[in-house]
Design a protein around this ligand. Structure first.
Ligand code: PRP
Length: 177
């Protein structure tokens, strides 16, 4: 088996739980009674989404969308497209996108443009982590968990080369770009 980098904890699972609770309280306050659609971006958001919705005790819908970026490297964004779409009608609905990490911002910029064309009543973003040092396009994060440094973030659903999604803490690994 090839060796893999050692993950170092950035935010411990207890801190994540407190933060997810805090985000859920903010979302409950704003969305209670609105029957929103929460759209998780696959794959990285699945752990965060699962924990978050268990704190939201009001009617809502859960959807997932999968984007792909052909030819993408860490510093060379590719062309983004939807590879697994939505089943729900977005028109006239309050939509909250759930993202694990906002890096260059290109995925969110693409998705918001895609969703705006479907004419939702409102469209907001909840991101577990934000890496502003790498931003290429402006992004407004309405509900933010953590700001992270310019390192490879892994764990709690986030991967490096499809590894480490299972880690219960938010970690970083030191790897060559
Ligand atoms: C990651 C992450 C975000 C996106 C952020 O997804 O989950 O969706 O990149 O990057 P950006 O702000 O530079 O666009 P990735 O394409 O690695 O897929 P995954 O979620 O399936 O791991």
């Amino acid at each position: 088996m090839s060796s893999q980098p050692k993950p170092h904890i950035l935010f411990h699972r207890d801190k994540i739980e407190t933060t997810v609770n805090r985000l859920a309280a903010e979302i409950r306050k704003d969305y209670h009674g609105k029957h929103p659609i929460l759209i998780g971006i696959l794959k990285g958001s699945f752990v965060f989404m699962a924990d978050l919705i268990r704190h939201l005790d009001f009617p809502l819908e859960v959807e997932f969308i999968r984007l792909s970026s052909y030819g993408r490297g860490r510093s060379t964004p590719g062309k983004i497209k939807v590879v697994q779409g939505l089943r729900s009608e977005v028109k006239g609905r309050d939509v909250l996108v759930i993202e694990d990490i906002v890096d260059t911002g290109l995925s969110i910029a693409f998705l918001f443009d895609y969703l705006q064309k479907k004419k939702p009543a409102s469209l907001k973003l909840c991101a577990l982590t934000d890496k502003p040092s790498r931003r290429q396009v402006p992004v407004t994060i309405d509900y933010l968990g953590f700001t992270v440094p310019d390192k490879f973030i892994v764990g709690y659903g986030i991967d490096w080369d499809e590894k480490f999604r299972y880690l219960p803490d938010i970690c970083f690994v030191e790897v060559e770009d």
